[in-house]
Design a protein around this ligand. Structure first.
Ligand SMILES: NC(=O)C1=CN([C@@H]2O[C@H](COP(=O)(O)OP(=O)(O)OC[C@H]3O[C@@H](n4cnc5c(N)ncnc54)[C@H](O)[C@@H]3O)[C@@H](O)[C@H]2O)[C@@H](O)CC1
Ligand SMILES: Nc1ncnc2c1ncn2[C@@H]1O[C@H](COP(=O)(O)OP(=O)(O)OP(=O)(O)O)[C@@H](O)[C@H]1O
Ligand SMILES: [Mg+2]
Length: 324
């Protein structure tokens, strides 16, 4: 393991809470994934499940009623809330304000939200999420924008400009769309510099540009996460990333809230970068393990099954936790 990677993962370890008998339900993470629509039920499931498998106590999915009925059949462990509405299914009194108000009601019980997996680009879904993002930001609830959630950053950049409590996770194509929205030329420079430029253009928002290597930048500092992954590029692997990021952001909150004894020496900006790096490293390791297991047959759900081992192989279990 290269020295820089080892060093970074050791710091991620320091941010991960031990598992103590004194903790109560919810202290190790309450995550909400907003997405899931008529067309896509897998994406929010993979995201929420990855968060749970990384150790989050409570993983919620907030989605359309049609998607909710389906997602509930995938796993009884997830809490699924049929709050969101696509325009064509909305009643006369259901507006972005009335729907987002129900999601906002849940915010005080959530540590982190992920917006976008399987969300779609329907106008009412997008408007609802825009209002949720604005309120999450006001309340200081960290959020991850991915997939159709990135369409918000592309079309309404003011929602995220300058936000220091969020992570954007574009793939190559989504990165190019965001760059275009900010007037940047993706052919002008090395990937690490481009990621830093885009982050700066968003006022220092943390960006993970996914690809053969993941570039992570807040405009000031750029990390490269290039651990070996698998060779199958099936859809849905990005959802394991957003779920792992969500749990690490919940752990980050636990770290800053001081729910266990530690020296508290890491700043919020450092721990945000560590959550981003840790999520990327764990996801790539999941992909590597799943590919070893399944080869060409690998599907997104195979990553889900390797989240725990990937955590043990990269970050490692806390020494205080009894080893199984
Ligand atoms: N099982 C599921 O429910 C899944 C749902 N998904 C959802 O599907 C919706 C649309 O997501 P898409 O990712 O298709 O987004 P887009 O509809 O924006 O399409 C992006 C396109 O870029 C292509 N692409 C991706 N990486 C590339 C690269 N490195 N080089 C060149 N082309 C590349 C893809 O093949 C895709 O055609 C989202 O809501 C997403 O969450 C996907 O995450 C896949 C799995
Ligand atoms: N060429 C590659 N080599 C190794 N890992 C990769 C490669 N491309 C992507 N990844 C990894 O796969 C994960 C998902 O990235 P990807 O670019 O597939 O996202 P995505 O297109 O948004 O996925 P999704 O289908 O879930 O929407 C990331 O953790 C990334 O590090
Ligand atoms: Mg994606």
């Amino acid at each position: 393991m290269a020295a820089a990677r080892k060093d970074l993962l050791k710091k991620v370890y320091n941010m991960v809470p031990p598992m103590l008998e004194s903790f109560h339900k919810g202290q190790l993470g309450r995550v909400g994934v907003i997405g899931g629509s008529e067309d896509y039920t897998g994406a929010p499931y993979f995201s929420a499940m990855a968060s749970a498998k990384l150790g989050c106590d409570m993983s919620h999915v907030i989605c359309e009623p049609g998607a909710a009925a389906v997602i509930k059949t995938y796993s009884p462990n997830l809490m699924v809330h049929p709050i969101m509405r696509q325009s064509k299914n909305a009643g006369a009194s259901e507006t972005a304000s009335s729907i987002s108000a129900q999601v906002v009601d849940m915010l005080s019980r959530l540590h982190v939200i992920v917006i976008g997996p399987g969300l779609g680009r329907d106008e009412l879904m997008q408007d609802t999420c825009a209002q949720v993002v604005a309120e999450a930001r006001r309340q200081g609830v960290p959020f991850v924008l991915d997939a159709d959630g990135l369409f918000l950053a592309q079309t309404r950049p003011e929602l995220v400009d300058g936000c220091k409590e969020c992570i954007l996770t574009p793939n190559v194509v989504e990165f190019a769309r965001l760059a275009k929205a900010k007037g940047l030329d993706v052919n002008d420079g090395e990937p690490a510099d481009l990621c830093a430029k885009l982050s700066k253009a968003f006022g220092g928002v943390t960006i993970i540009q996914k690809g053969p290597a993941d570039y992570i930048s807040n405009g000031e500092h750029t990390l490269v996460s290039d651990g070996e992954g698998g060779l199958k590029r099936s859809g849905g692997q990005g959802d394991t990333l957003t779920g792992t990021l969500a749990t690490l952001l919940a752990y980050r909150k636990a770290y800053h809230d001081g729910i266990w004894d530690h020296d508290g020496s890491m700043s919020r900006s450092e721990t945000l970068a560590l959550a981003a790096y840790g999520g990327s490293a764990i996801t790539r390791e999941c992909s590597r393990l799943a590919f070893l297991d399944k080869g060409r047959a690998l599907q997104a759900s195979d990553l889900t099954e390797h989240v725990h081992t990937a955590f043990l192989n990269t970050v490692g279990e806390r020494k205080e936790t009894p080893q199984l």
